[in-house]
Write a protein that binds this ligand. Structure first.
Ligand code: SAM
Length: 220
């Protein structure tokens, strides 16, 4: 029998705190959310390891450190309305839901969205709404957002996502080619866009109107 709480605590100490994540809200969320429930049973023993894992449909649940880094980059205080693009397993959604007041998440693959929605409901995250759609167009009816997180790699920043940020809002998104990207934070200010590069990363492709086409070319 695997001791999941113990494995989770070890993950937080060795992969999250030791690597410089400082936001107490992010650390508390990583301590609480049962990551092993977001992967299939055969992979649960690896759920707290330092790498991504397959979740079906050729998609992945991101490495724990990357989830923590991206969440910290959103600078959440607890009152925010957050949009996530790429629900996947729903693990990152749960981390956001531990901290933010309202979480909206869009996933283009129906089977993943339905599975994540069921699990998040079972875990009591009633302030999360998930829809099956192309997230590169955002969710205009629910905008403006205080923070937007994209968990797939984009060729460039989808304009609708920047448009749907409120003033002071943060957009965190991997931008680059199909094989490697930089994690970019864009802050919407009165003076315009403030853009920062938070370092290299590697994500599956953001596929959609303002992302990649399925065949790997840019969809614009
Ligand atoms: N955050 C997820 C988790 O914790 O399991 C991992 C996300 S996975 C790295 C990226 C996800 O983005 C995939 O599930 C993929 O289907 C989804 N995706 C790609 N393009 C999308 C789009 N245009 N709109 C919504 N979801 C998209």
């Amino acid at each position: 029998m695997i001791d999941f709480p113990k494995a989770r605590e070890k993950m937080v100490e060795e992969q999250i705190i030791a690597r410089g994540i400082k936001d107490p809200r992010v650390i508390a969320a990583m301590r609480k959310v049962p990551r092993h429930l977001f992967v299939e049973e055969a992979l649960q023993g690896q759920a707290y390891n330092d790498h991504p894992l397959p979740i079906g449909e050729k998609q992945t649940i991101s490495q724990p450190y990357m989830v923590a880094l991206m969440t910290e980059a959103l600078q959440l205080t607890g009152k925010e309305r957050v949009l996530e693009i790429g629900t996947g397993s729903g693990y990152q959604t749960a981390i956001l839901a531990e901290i933010a007041q309202e979480v909206y998440s869009i996933e283009r693959i129906r089977s993943l969205a339905l599975k994540a929605r069921r699990l998040l409901y079972e875990l009591g995250y009633y302030h999360v709404e998930i829809k099956v759609f192309d997230g590169t167009v955002g969710w205009p009816e629910k905008s403006p957002f205080d923070a937007i997180l994209v968990t797939a790699g984009a060729p460039e920043i989808p304009p609708p996502l920047y448009d749907q940020l409120g003033l002071g809002g943060r957009l965190v998104i991997p931008v680059g080619d199909a094989y490697s990207q930089d994690l970019i934070r864009v802050i919407k200010t009165k003076e315009g866009q403030k853009r920062e590069d938070l370092g290299g990363c590697r994500f599956v492709k953001l596929i959609g109107r303002y992302g990649w086409m399925e065949n790997g070319t840019i969809n614009q």
